[in-house]
Design a protein. Sequence first.
Length: 460
Amino acid sequence: MSADVASDALVFFGATGDLAHKQIFPALQALIQHGHLDMPVVGVAKSSWTLEQLKARAKDSLEKNGGLDSAAFDKLSSLLRYIDGDYADATTFSKLREVLGSAKRVLYYLAIPPDLFGAVVEGLAKADCINDARVVVEKPFGRDLASAQDLNKILHRFFPEKNIFRIDHFLGKEPVQNLIYFRFSNPIVEACWNNKYVESVQITMAEKFGVAGRGKLYDEEGAIRDVVQNHMLQVIACLAMECPSGNDHEARRDERGELLKAVRTLGTADCVRGQFRGYRNEPGVASDSNVETFAALRFYIDNDRWRGVPFYVRVGKCLPISATEVTVRFKQPPHPVLDETDLTQDCCYRFRLSPDQIIALALKVKTPGEDMVGQRAELVVHRQPANEMPPYERLLGDATRGDATLFAREDSVEAAWRVVDPILGNVTPAHEYEPNTWGPAQVAGTIEPNGGWHDPKPSS
């Protein structure tokens, strides 16, 4: 199917699940509100539900996640269909083929665990449901490099790579896309975006809350699988990639992929893991769990632009604030005419990605007086997110149109797993840390930038 041919039906497996409730139904309503969805929407699950129960679930979802628009919900209800059946039962897929009718360019959304992908795509193929179809798959896309490669082989048996859409919702976030725009649209930024001027890059993704009722699921993943292998490495790729050669669907994916291939594989010396005190008491968590709820990591990119520049990543739960922030710290210039006594306040760019959006440039300005000494000043652009397209609305809309720009490609996914593979599991200890702190004490002096970590502060 051509990339610019729109899908004519949407089928989502896992229709009664948590992801559908929190993300998919709100995205579908938003697409209808903006005139971007007018096709059959078929939910598939094994829950012994009826269509009316699915509609009630959709209504509850909208009331709890953004608000119910009566007109848009009525439209969504008219589009909704439901098939209740086992994914291992051929009857489920024959029913689906019947419900799809004349639809020929279907978009399948697999909001289900990866171990079910094989049964579903094989069932679709046997029921003659995948001609000219596209498929959207959720993270986690595998648990390591080998399992990711196995999943790719399963999908490629039935779908060409151009029709596979691997969601990483961070790529659909407006502030993450603004990282790319800000850099390449401002020559003054691009001119210093290299190892001649940049000393280090820090990325902190802090969450004030714990596992929020996801104990069993989280205990199977941990922080590195949950957010580092995907979200954080994609942010690094957006920050550090070369300028895309064009505006076609593959140009940005080419550059993100090349950057991730240049990221050095991590070793145990590049990682400190932590677990907040009380995690093992969470429902669903093993009493002897060594799964990390915190990780501090040091990455290097082995290419001409970034060679020698450390990229520090810190992620964790039960930290003092919920915020995601990038700090690009510049090297100190020589000071032949300056009487500086404090050289710790480096110049830097600061990007707040959430919950609000900030772009800030920290500079040194002279303190009034006779001496050539200065103080730090920050130029700040602050924007509260308003009327911005939510990631799932953007990504679902793009997938229906065949635009894969903001989706992870096979080479990027496998490159990211290759980077983190050696530190997965319990190859390093998970040090206990107190909730509402910035992680275990072992981070200090090991995975710590020159001048220390920049701790995000509450917005004023």
